[in-house]
Design a protein around this ligand. Structure first.
Ligand code: SF4
Length: 183
């Protein structure tokens, strides 16, 4: 069995935290599994849970459109979440759930081997970089995770609530993509 199939099997059978009880599907990730550009969000929403695909709801569609407008198509990136099962009513995942799920994300990063990672929103940034990060203050800044350069930006769901964040998010995505081109 390939390493990806092993990981997918582990995720699909996982009952490590209580989120398995209400899931319709485990949402592992989508896109190019060998892409140099990786985006990581918080957790699956309702549509993602139904389809079993990451970032396919309204927020995900907005992000895909923004990336496509920059010439970044699905084949150019891999996208997933910190948490693989949907928290009920889209609540923020609890710390214990994040810790239980994180080994799957770390394995995804090992397999994809991205050269640049973009973290989308507070939960992703707090989980991988620093618990005290506030995305409103630190978006657009570079950090590092396991030796890989990491750009912080808003979660696209925040843009659905506040359109004025779009310009900053577009700028962050462009900068991250540009770093990849000059790496
Ligand atoms: S959220 Fe992660 S740790 Fe929890 S049951 Fe789903 S796959 Fe397992």
């Amino acid at each position: 069995m390939s390493e990806w199939l092993q990981l997918e099997k582990q995720c699909n059978e996982c009952k490590k935290c209580s989120l398995w009880e209400n899931r319709k599907n485990v949402v592992i990730g989508r896109g190019n599994k060998t892409a140099a550009f990786m985006l990581i969000g918080e957790a699956p929403g309702e549509e993602e849970d139904i389809q079993g695909r990451a970032f396919v709801g309204r927020a995900g569609q907005l992000l895909s459109m923004a990336l496509s407008a920059m010439g970044i198509e699905e084949d150019n990136y891999y996208i997933c979440n910190i948490i693989k099962c949907r928290p009920k009513n889209n609540r923020t995942p609890y710390e214990q759930e994040i810790q239980e799920c994180l080994p799957y994300l770390d394995r995804q990063i090992e397999l994809v081997q991205p050269e640049v990672i973009v973290l989308l929103g507070n939960t992703a940034a707090a989980s991988l970089i620093d618990k005290n990060i506030r995305i409103t203050q630190q978006r657009g800044t570079w950090h590092e995770y396991k030796g890989i350069p990491v750009m912080l930006t808003y979660h696209p769901a925040a843009l659905l609530r506040d359109e004025s964040k779009k310009i900053d998010m577009w700028r962050d995505l462009k900068n991250a993509w540009k770093r990849l081109q000059t790496a």
